[in-house]
Write a protein that binds this ligand. Structure first.
Ligand SMILES: NC(=O)c1ccc[n+]([C@@H]2O[C@H](COP(=O)([O-])OP(=O)(O)OC[C@H]3O[C@@H](n4cnc5c(N)ncnc54)[C@H](O)[C@@H]3O)[C@@H](O)[C@H]2O)c1
Length: 245
């Protein structure tokens, strides 16, 4: 029997990268998976290839969250797992961050996670169980020079996850945050280390001496989404090759 047999899961930002790999592992473990994304063509393609369902979604819209959760609950009666994975990254130091970029990054990376948790919590609390996994970053555990707004948004994800865990625990709903280091996806190619050609230097700082495949994050997300992590909530899980000390 699969580790998510019969469960219904919603993964945001699932058109590519880590979200797509999480969808693939979840389906292999018996889940019915919905992926959402702003990339509609790629989302449809990924969903078809994996056997998932795709719904177009901009995570910054509260109205769209309501529509998506209502549609899934109407069909299945519940949502067991939410992975708030959608995110954007931009290289900009404090002094170079425009107000427009700050608002956009906070809206997607921070408000999107708030809206997602708020949208699924009532149905999970009614069911008396549920798992929410919020994708933060190493930039949510330490300073993020060169990615000021991104760091701010990922610290917020960490704080919201802890608070939500404390509020929802008594209803059987678990909330944890995941903090990846350098993961080989589209997003990593935009990081200051890659852009400035300093990846070799970063590699020397990573005890395991390499970046990670998206699947290595997906395996942790799978663990936090299934009953194997039944006593884990309000915790921060790093997957960074030992980079955070
Ligand atoms: N790649 C890394 O090194 C790394 C490190 C730490 C944390 N993360 C986090 O992991 C998560 C997944 O990122 P990834 O590495 O797979 O990168 P990615 O860029 O491949 O995937 C992010 C996905 O989010 C989607 N998205 C962006 N804005 C959206 C919106 N408004 N609504 C819905 N979807 C939206 C994108 O279209 C994309 O499909 C992100 O939250 C990211 O911040 C990544």
């Amino acid at each position: 029997m699969g580790r998510l047999q019969g469960k219904v899961a919603l993964i945001t930002g699932g058109a590519r990268g880590q979200g797509a790999d999480e969808a693939r592992l979840f389906i292999a473990e018996g889940a019915t998976v919905y992926i959402t994304d702003v990339l509609e063509e790629q989302g449809e393609k990924t969903a078809t290839a994996l056997g998932a369902r795709f719904m177009a979604q901009d995570v910054t819209s509260a109205a769209r969250w309501t529509e998506i959760v209502s549609a899934i609950v109407a069909e299945h009666g519940r949502i067991d797992v939410l992975v708030n994975n959608a995110g954007v990254f931009k290289v900009a130091r404090l002094l170079d961050t425009s107000e427009e970029d700050y608002d956009r990054i906070i809206a997607i990376n921070q408000k999107g996670v708030f809206l997602g948790m708020q949208a699924v919590a009532p149905t999970m609390c009614d069911a008396g169980s549920g798992a929410i996994v919020n994708i933060s970053s190493l930039a949510g555990l330490e300073g993020a020079p060169g990615a000021f707004a991104y760091g701010a948004s990922k610290w917020a994800v960490r704080g919201m996850s802890r608070t939500a865990a404390q509020e929802l625990g008594r209803f059987g709903v678990r909330v944890n945050s995941v903090h990846p280091g350098f993961i080989d996806t589209e997003m990593m190619s935009q990081t200051p280390a890659v852009v400035s050609g300093k990846m070799e230097k970063v590699m020397r700082l990573i005890p395991l001496g390499r970046t990670a495949e998206a699947e290595e994050v997906a395996k942790l997300v799978l663990f936090l989404s299934c009953d194997e992590s039944s006593y884990c909530t309000g915790s921060e899980f790093t997957v960074d090759g030992g980079l955070h000390r």
